[in-house]
Write a protein that binds this ligand. Structure first.
Ligand SMILES: NC(=O)c1ccc[n+]([C@@H]2O[C@H](COP(=O)([O-])OP(=O)(O)OC[C@H]3O[C@@H](n4cnc5c(N)ncnc54)[C@H](OP(=O)(O)O)[C@@H]3O)[C@@H](O)[C@H]2O)c1
Length: 404
């Protein structure tokens, strides 16, 4: 197939927008021309001629010469307006805004079907790792069991600095922000929301499910203290923030939680802003993807790969969603036969607290170990994910929760 010439309009010229410009200007063979760049603040100094920039989004969205709109901004609501208007105008779209995409998957899917235009968003999930296209194209069957990994570059950077270089949490976070790995609002990263948005997107491409982020439990690394770090080190482990989803019969389990890791998973060796994704399927067993999960040019290169795919008219087929809808129609939409999110999952956890009285022992299915000192206490036991979600104690800032 002949590669098409593309004229693009880009929204955002921050970390990712500039990364895209960099990789595009150093890539040969692609016939892509940036016509305009939409920005917010007209007074900022830019390193490109002024004629490129506009603060009037209609100059891009309604320009008939622009074939592809590339949305790389840090404002969820404006991003949704831009992406949905572009799709309605029949323009193909590339976006890296995981929060906006995860919160609007249903609508964005429907717009693509209605207007028959593609929306690609590889840069939104683990930046440089081509996980969405792999789930779409390679794992194009219902034999996929699970997708799990480190989906957030900035928390992995922070944890690496804490465990490998003995840096403090605050010091490591500010370094991650300076390097452009952390989101504008760091709570999105450190409280585990950012990997959850990516998990929602991957749940659609892995299993065909539309799941709203608020239905998935996330617990971040913001409550990790020296006691937890020392506990991990004593056990020759470190801590990684993992996002996981697994299908068992008609149930899909999904959550984001910190885990103690040691040699038992390849994810132990994923450091700094790198991400790692393990995909497990029935017959191929496990495959492991590694790559930079944040940063200017790694994310820019994923965006460029989407633009390149559009030059060959590539689009996501959402085959698993179609298969699921067909199955549901066959089964007369009986709920029992429908694949659905399920929180009835047993987890082995470490719960650290100042006072064990806050955590009812009856919440545990089995207590494995209890430790008490004047400073800190912990319980190790088996507990149901649904019990954690329903509990009051998990909201207490003095409690930390890590999966063993
Ligand atoms: N940074 C990463 O490593 C990374 C990785 C994967 C995905 N992402 C996602 O990519 C997106 C961009 O991230 P970033 O790190 O590049 O953000 P950033 O460095 O903060 O840059 C944001 C850009 O968006 C522009 N902008 C904000 N609101 C706008 C509006 N209403 N109209 C037009 N332009 C607007 C800003 O304009 P001004 O320049 O005028 O302020 C700025 O150029 C986010 O959704 C983020 O989640 C980031």
């Amino acid at each position: 197939m002949q590669r098409k010439n593309l004229t693009i309009g880009v929204f955002g010229f921050g970390c990712v927008g500039q990364g895209l410009y960099d990789v595009l200007s150093r890539t040969q063979g692609l016939k892509v021309h940036i016509k305009k760049i939409g920005i917010k603040d007209a007074t900022k100094t830019r390193n490109l001629p002024a004629h490129y920039f506009t603060t009037n989004r209609d100059e891009i969205l309604f320009d008939p010469e622009i074939d592809v709109v590339v949305e790389l901004i840090n404002d969820e609501h404006a991003a949704f307006e831009i992406v949905s208007t572009a799709l309605r105008n029949g323009k193909a779209v590339v976006s890296a805004s995981k929060k906006m995409i995860a919160n609007n998957l249903n609508t964005l899917y429907a717009l693509q079907q209605q207007y028959q235009v593609p929306l690609l968003y590889e840069g939104a999930c683990c930046a440089s790792i081509p996980i969405i296209r792999n789930l779409e194209e390679y794992y194009d069957n219902d034999l996929l069991n699970s997708v799990e990994g480190i989906f957030n570059g900035s928390t992995n950077y922070i944890l690496t600095k804490i465990f490998n270089e003995n840096k403090s949490f605050i010091q490591a976070l500010s370094e991650a922000q300076e390097l452009g790995f952390a989101e504008t609002d760091p709570t999105m990263d450190i409280e585990g929301f950012d990997p959850k948005f990516k998990l929602c997107i991957l749940l659609l491409h892995a299993f065909g499910l539309f799941i709203q982020p608020e239905h998935i439990f996330n617990f971040g690394i913001n409550r990790i203290n020296d006691f937890d770090i020392n506990y991990a080190k004593e056990k020759h482990s470190s801590i990684k923030l993992l996002a996981k989803c697994r299908k068992v019969d008609n149930a899909v389990y999904a959550y984001v939680l910190p885990h103690f890791v040691n040699g038992n998973t390849q994810l132990t060796n994923i450091h700094n802003e790198y991400n790692g994704v393990i995909v497990e399927s029935a017959f191929a067993d496990k495959q492991f993807f590694v790559g930079k999960g944040a940063g200017s040019t790694p994310t820019g290169s994923a965006v460029l790969s989407d633009i390149s795919a559009l030059s060959y008219d590539y689009r996501y087929e959402y085959r698993k969603t179609s298969q699921l809808l067909a199955k549901q129609a066959q089964n007369d939409l009986k709920f029992a036969d429908t694949l659905a999110l399920d929180n009835n999952l047993h987890l082995k956890v470490y719960v650290r607290c100042k006072n064990q009285a806050i955590v009812p022992l009856t919440d545990f299915i089995e207590i494995i170990e209890k430790y008490e000192s004047t400073e800190q206490q912990y319980i190790i036991g088996i507990i149901n994910l649904a019990t954690i979600i329903a509990s009051e104690w998990v909201k207490n800032e003095d409690i930390n929760l890590i999966v063993l």
